[in-house]
Ligand binder design. Structure first.
Ligand code: ADP
Ligand code: MG
Length: 339
């Protein structure tokens, strides 16, 4: 296995990705300098992805890099922030060789250009394999994304009020079904549907354009990383409300609908599975008429899926999903918890 040294790695693969930001100082200094527009707040978020936990060891490295970036941009989108740059800390495994890192950096560069975001800095470390055990730790990526938002205009989780509408962008459940498909846990799927579902798992689309337009419109927002019910549940918890969703109103792609027709128990993946990185937000009724315009301006479908209700006073009354018969659907797995 060949692997270039730390400084050569930074200079050859990562410094080129910083060229759009003069404050990154070509990754040759101790830290980066970042300008924030006057009147704006800095929005900061960070996420770690561990091989074997958050992505599969045999996932293509360029897609792994792009996903690591995108899940962070999705957090900025959910706050209505405009991205200004990212930092990345990577810890190499024994198996992370030059070809892997080259593909990783190529994917990262491609997406940084696509989203117009520079790499501002990072850190590079490697596991040392304990000689006796013969195995070191897994390749691990931590990306921090920085964004800006006019002061006071970030869309927080805590703003939902009873009577408001609950909305969701795009379609949900595809990514969890995609992971099931990759793991061979779905009945046979047509090649087109397989690609749609697996693509949603491997390469989420951060809803940045929608997030910007939700400023001053949505009362609360969260991106769907842990699962529909779990994430809307997070809004409920910090807003002191509960939510009532209608199963028939949930936006489900044709590929996912087909899977549900084959196996209705997969409903649980739609409600509880994560990784879709759509936005769920609450909307005061006065803004109901804005929904169509938002969808038209961004090209992202938006579904009104339910209502915010007054808390029943129970400690964790969270999210209820009502089926066609008006009866609540039991949600088995309410989101991914990380530890
Ligand atoms: P220090 O020892 O002062 O923390 P480093 O030697 O770790 O500095 O890093 C030198 C420069 O390279 C810094 O600008 C740092 O942000 C950047 N850098 C290091 N590793 C990475 C990486 N994986 N991706 C992007 N930038 C990196
Ligand atoms: Mg230093």
């Amino acid at each position: 296995m060949t692997r270039r040294g730390e400084f050569e790695l930074i200079a050859s693969l990562f410094a080129p990705l910083s060229s759009e930001a003069s404050g990154a100082l070509s990754l040759t200094d101790d830290a980066a300098l970042i300008d924030v527009a006057p009147g704006c707040e800095l929005v900061a978020t960070i996420d770690t992805l561990i091989a074997g936990v958050h992505f599969r060891v045999d996932d293509p490295p360029d897609l792994v890099a792009r996903k690591a970036l995108r899940v962070n941009l999705s957090d900025l989108a959910a706050k209505g922030a405009r991205p200004i740059g990212v930092l990345q800390a990577i810890t190499l495994s024994e198996a992370t060789d030059d070809p892997y890192l080259e593909a990783y950096a190529r994917g990262l560069g491609e997406d940084l250009r696509h989203f117009g975001v520079p790499l501002l800095g990072g850190d590079t470390t490697a596991h040392r394999s304990p000689a006796a055990a013969g195995r070191g730790g897994p390749f691990t990526i931590t990306i921090a994304a920085l964004g800006e938002v006019p002061r006071g205009q970030a869309i927080l989780r805590r703003g939902a009020r009873p009577g408001e509408l609950v909305c969701v962008s795009g379609t949900i459940g595809d990514a969890a079904l995609g992971l099931f498909a990759l793991e061979g846990r779905l009945p046979p799927v047509s090649p087109e549907h397989y690609d749609v579902l697996v693509g949603r798992y491997r390469l989420p689309e951060p809803r940045l354009a929608l997030g910007l337009r939700l400023r001053g419109v949505a009362s609360a927002c969260v991106d769907l990383s842990d699962g529909l019910c779990a994430d809307i549940g997070h809004i409920c918890e910090v807003s002191g409300v509960r939510a009532e969703l209608q199963w028939h109103a949930l936006p489900i792609s044709p590929a996912a609908q087909r899977r549900l027709a084959d196996d209705p128990s997969l409903k649980q993946l739609v409600l509880g599975g994560g990784d879709d990185y759509e936005l769920a937000f609450t909307l005061p009724i006065a803004h109901r008429s804005a929904v169509q315009g938002l969808a038209a301006q961004t090209g992202i479908p938006i579904a009104i899926v339910g209502r915010v209700r007054e808390s029943s006073g129970h400690e964790r009354d969270g999210v209820t999903v009502l089926g066609e018969n008006g009866e609540p659907i039991q949600v088995e797995k309410s989101g991914y918890t990380h530890v």
